[in-house]
Design a binder for this molecule. Structure first.
Ligand SMILES: Cc1cc2nc3c(=O)[nH]c(=O)nc-3n(C[C@H](O)[C@H](O)[C@H](O)COP(=O)(O)O)c2cc1C
Length: 263
């Protein structure tokens, strides 16, 4: 059995969670970044995973566009993975609804708490750098082990138990914000011309192609979805907003986070 996980990962948290799942689930699993390779041929895989972080209570716009653009799947089995910092809200349920609308058969899904990569939360000391906890990883492993036995049953052509998507009461009561809310919340971006070395990383890494180097970055705020990737990942910390300049930043999963998920 061969599987593929199509993931979106702004800072690397979701990618790390996918690597942990791939190492444990017991089948060959390719990992494909939807930003790099939006045209993956799902027909050559027996099972698909869809993985994304929570972004303002829902899926990142880029990830939603990817799933929306997939051909109808005629019952292809799919599992879902979400990472979040503070509250995943309706993300997992939205993912399940969207996947179902594309013809996937949802086997189950899991939300894993990870550190926040959203600078305004880090600024108010809600960065959750200690996530995931060992308990969080254990719950994730229980999900992966259940998924492994479901995939085993699928391989043997046995009936499989679908695990319902469960989200907490608070998450269920929350609402998914407009996909433009993060952009509005972030406000206009600027670049410190003295710090910027015109390396082009921001242009390369922008999931929305909303940055053009000319020769310094020029921001198209109509195309930006406020993911903070350019701000967080500029090697010179040259990119800033009206409210945030010089930090805080989330450069990616720390060694502690990596070790917790490797253990
Ligand atoms: C623009 C933005 C919005 C976010 N919104 C939420 C949110 O509504 N709820 C939450 O729990 N985490 C939120 N987060 C935190 C991320 O979901 C979390 O840090 C995730 O693990 C990041 O995964 P990634 O590195 O794969 O992108 C947000 C992060 C960003 C950058």
């Amino acid at each position: 059995m061969r599987g593929v996980v199509c993931y979106y990962s702004g800072s690397g948290n979701t990618r790390l969670a996918c690597e942990h799942l791939a190492a444990r689930v017991g089948i060959d699993l390719d990992l494909v970044d939807v930003v790099d390779d939006a045209k993956v041929d799902l027909a050559s895989y027996d099972v698909v995973g869809l993985a994304a972080p929570t972004d303002f209570g829902g899926m990142p716009q880029r990830f939603e566009t990817f799933i929306d653009g997939l051909p109808q799947q005629q019952g292809k089995p799919v599992f879902l993975l979400n990472t979040f910092g503070f509250m995943s809200g309706r993300t997992l349920r939205d993912m399940a609804d969207l996947a179902t609308s594309r013809g996937f058969e949802v086997l189950g899904g899991h939300s894993l708490r990870m550190p926040e990569d959203y600078p305004p939360m880090i600024a108010i000391r809600l960065g959750f750098a200690g996530q995931p906890t060992r308990g969080g990883v254990r719950a994730f492993d229980t999900f992966i082990d259940g998924l492994a036995s479901t995939l085993g049953a699928l391989q043997r052509d046995e009936a499989v138990a679908r695990r319902p998507i469960r989200i907490g009461l608070l998450s269920a009561a929350s609402r998914t914000r407009a996909r433009t809310a993060a952009r509005e919340d972030m406000g206009d971006k600027s670049v410190d011309a003295e710090l910027c070395t015109e390396c082009g990383l921001c242009e390369q890494r922008c999931p929305y192609r909303a940055i053009t180097l000319s020769p310094k970055p020029v921001f198209d705020m109509g195309a930006c979805y406020g993911c903070w990737r350019c701000y967080n990942q500029c090697p010179q910390h040259a990119i800033y907003t009206a409210r945030f300049r010089g930090g805080p930043y989330y450069p990616g999963p720390s060694r502690r986070t990596r070790e917790t998920l490797e253990a």
